[in-house]
Design a binder for this molecule. Structure first.
Ligand code: CA
Ligand code: CA
Length: 155
């Protein structure tokens, strides 16, 4: 067996790993280098898209690749425990706030919406299962806080 280099960003389109040469796609792309979808907006129906995946960040012309998304589930009728009721409002002062008897550290002194996410909720399943932090148990409860200001952040 002859060791082969692992494909990476520098791997040419015409390569032994993908059959695009065999179907003429590699030659077509070489003949039409700007026909890569630039200027075209596409709607995709998907679930669980990884918004921070490197291949989904930037187009070939340096623009933001994902420009919008819509969640198709209804938090009131879908019985989905990943939807949290964020009505509770707390205000951090001195870098902390207290909510439901627990003291939390906040990144900034401002208002936060907060709720608890319970990984052991029996309605969870799929790839998440009921061990969200993959520490071997299903007993963890996570405080989810969203602060409003110049940027939104979930901690
Ligand atoms: Ca766990
Ligand atoms: Ca745990």
């Amino acid at each position: 067996m002859i060791p082969q280099p692992v494909p990476d960003a520098s791997t040419p389109n015409d390569n032994p790993y993908m059959p695009i040469r065999d179907i003429g796609a590699s030659q077509f792309m070489a003949a039409n280098p700007t026909w890569d979808g630039r200027g075209v907006t596409i709607g995709i129906v998907d679930t669980g898209i990884s918004l921070d995946h490197p291949s989904l960040l930037t187009t070939s012309t340096g623009e933001r690749k994902i420009i919008d998304w819509v969640t198709g589930t209804d938090p009131f009728t879908e019985n989905d425990p990943t939807w949290l009721n964020m009505q509770a409002l707390v205000t951090a002062s001195g870098g902390t706030f207290v909510w439901d008897g627990v003291t939390y550290t906040a990144p900034a002194d401002k208002e936060y919406r907060i709720a608890l996410f319970v990984e052991g909720d029996p309605r969870l399943g799929g790839e998440v299962g009921s061990n969200v932090n993959r520490d071997g148990d299903t007993t963890d409860i996570f405080a989810v806080a969203v602060g409003y200001g110049q940027q939104r952040r979930v901690r």
